[in-house]
Write a protein that binds this ligand. Structure first.
Ligand code: ZN
Length: 387
């Protein structure tokens, strides 16, 4: 395999750590995505099912103030979910977590769409000093998922509000159309508070007192065991097309586009367009554009043309975004450049939650063999005690 092998159907390439190609030159990512598509994960004509789910949700929640909770980022996907749910008369509690990286455009989008679609909005401001200390710690640590601080805060706050308000339905903007392919090599679950706290313990400078953290047991054991939430992704039951959604939202509530997937956050913009490609040799546009190819919404030629353009077209804009970042987190330009040159680390170089350790262990063929032997309950008990 040459070092620059690229899929002949999508635009995933060997910059992904984990990738293989079949005899047609099709990569494992688009092969798997197409299988899921054929299995019905995305139903472009699912309006009847969409209505049925919303009707069930409204019936179940008829005596309550809200039918569901929705995380509002100011991005296209969650905004379009609010637009759709409003059309079906769903009463939404919107939660926005302000982690200090909002762009004025995304703040305007949030305000406009909540007004227009009757979303009751709560804005949770993460304490800025703690947030920036954590973000700085992540940057210094050199782990690949640097979006964890804002993503963890988002999940912790969303679930906390849902529990406090007795809300059982969560609306998500997750969708097959633009997210069917996600690179595997650099992902790490942002819900892992053990990893987050360990990274902060090693590189943070001030204690985290008010930063929203949800413990591992609540996320990985209590919530799944109680089955207290039904998570629903409406965009997988309609012919969702991001480009069309932007036009519709713009005409309907004045929504403005901010230029790329998840770029409604000023940190995510720098992270995806500079830190990830430079330090981790990963261009996240590949997975996103490949998803759109699988969805039939973009040609491979257009995706390649997009990738030929540098993520930051304008060096002055990059410089401005770097300055903004280092000023906020408290790094000098020399420290920033030095850390960018340092070897990346893995999340697993730090402590990870016990559920992650357990799931890794259970993938070991020897462990699976031992557990498969009948009457070996003691083996399971030992494993539980260890992990
Ligand atoms: Zn492919």
């Amino acid at each position: 395999m040459s070092s620059a092998e690229i899929c002949s159907r999508c635009v995933m390439d060997t910059s992904e750590k984990i990738i293989d190609f079949d005899e047609n030159g099709h990569c494992c990512y688009c092969r798997e995505a197409i299988k899921r598509l054929e299995a019905g994960e995305w139903n472009r004509h699912g309006e009847a099912e969409l209505k049925a789910v919303f009707d069930r949700m409204k019936a179940e929640c008829s005596g309550r103030k809200y039918d569901c909770i929705i995380g509002i980022s100011g991005g296209v996907d969650s905004s379009y979910v609010a637009y759709i749910a409003h059309r079906y008369g769903v009463r939404m509690l919107g939660v926005h977590v302000d982690a200090g990286w909002n762009t004025p455009v995304s703040e305007n989008n949030i305000r406009k769409l909540c007004e227009k679609y009757g979303v009751d909005l709560v804005v949770e401001k993460v304490p800025l000093d703690e947030m920036m200390d954590l973000q700085r710690a992540y940057f210094i640590s050199g782990v690949p998922n640097q979006d964890v601080p804002q993503d963890h805060a988002f999940f912790a706050v969303l679930y906390r509000y849902a529990i406090e308000h007795g809300i059982t339905w969560i609306l998500e903007g997750r969708n097959f159309s633009s997210e069917s392919i996600l690179g595997r090599g650099l992902r790490f679950d942002p819900k892992d508070s053990v990893n987050l706290l360990d990274i902060h313990a090693k590189f943070g400078r001030i204690p985290l007192k008010k930063f929203p953290i949800m413990d591992e047991k609540t996320f990985y054991e209590d919530i799944p065991r109680k089955k207290q939430f039904q998570v629903f992704s409406p965009l997988d039951l309609i012919d969702y097309n991001k480009f069309e959604a932007i036009k519709i939202l713009h005409a309907d509530c004045g929504f403005e586009y901010y230029g790329g997937k998840h770029l409604e956050s000023r940190f995510t913009k720098l992270y995806q367009n500079y830190i990830l490609p430079q330090k981790f040799h990963c261009d996240k546009r590949r997975a996103h554009l490949s998803s759109l190819i699988v969805a039939g919404q973009l040609s491979r030629e257009d995706a390649l043309a997009e990738l030929a353009r540098p993520p930051y077209g304008d060096p002055a804009e990059l410089e401005m975004d770097i300055r903004y970042f280092i000023d906020k987190v408290g790094l000098t330009r020399e420290e920033f450049d030095r850390i960018m040159q340092e070897e990346p680390r893995e999340h697993t170089d730090f402590k990870v939650n016990k559920y992650y350790r357990r799931s890794k262990l259970l993938k070991n063929p020897w462990v699976r063999f031992v557990l498969s032997v009948p009457g070996i309950g003691w083996g399971k008990r030992i494993l539980k005690r260890w992990f």
